[in-house]
Design a binder for this molecule. Structure first.
Ligand SMILES: Cc1cc2nc3c(=O)[nH]c(=O)nc-3n(C[C@H](O)[C@H](O)[C@H](O)COP(=O)(O)O)c2cc1C
Length: 168
């Protein structure tokens, strides 16, 4: 067989090209809240998706370096707060500092959901999960949750990730 059809390990220049090209993928914006013992936190995440219809399941990809990774690894529940289009500042708040050094939930309006994990006020929807599995995926871990409860605010529009709004 001729040509270079077989995949090989990428040179770093090709890797950065992939990273650039993968930015063409479209995402929503979410704050994933978590709880482990007496520790609670939330982080902004774009890499989230529904992964099963029946039973309903969602998955979130979390960088192994983040404080949320500790809480999601140790805890049994998490909530996907679906940000509304007027909540970019909330996305920046939860996506720009670590819960290791900052109480990100302090000063933010929230209440506990049925899974005990914070539900943030003003979101488009809340998807309250019980963690059922996790999968190591490179430098991230995919945390998979079965949906225990969910609620939608039909008056809100969900936020579509706009890189310029966050990093422009
Ligand atoms: C718009 C946006 C999307 C993000 N998406 C993700 C993501 O999908 N997964 C992830 O691990 N981090 C993501 N981050 C980075 C984390 O939110 C950020 O590093 C955060 O400060 C980690 O907080 P923690 O250490 O309290 O968990 C995103 C940040 C922003 C602003």
């Amino acid at each position: 067989m001729s040509g270079s059809a077989s995949p090989t390990l990428d040179e770093s220049s090709t890797m950065s090209e992939h990273q650039n090209n993968l930015r063409a993928m479209n995402y929503g914006v979410y704050v994933v809240t978590s709880q482990w013992g007496d520790k609670v936190n939330g982080l902004t995440a774009a890499w989230a998706s529904q992964v099963s219809l029946m039973p309903p399941m969602v998955a979130v990809a979390i960088d192994k370096r983040w404080y949320s990774h500790e809480l999601l690894s140790g805890g049994e529940h998490f909530t996907v707060n679906v940000l509304a289009d007027d909540q970019v500042s909330l996305g920046k708040h939860f996506g720009s500092k670590s819960g290791r050094t900052t109480d990100k939930l302090g000063g933010v309006e929230w209440k506990p959901g049925v899974n005990g994990v914070p539900r943030l006020k003003g979101c488009r929807a809340w998807i309250e999960c019980r963690k059922i599995d996790s999968l190591s995926t490179g430098d991230h871990t995919l945390f998979i949750g079965e949906v225990l409860a969910s609620e939608l605010d039909g008056a809100k529009t969900g936020q579509v990730y706009d890189r310029g709004a966050y990093y422009g």
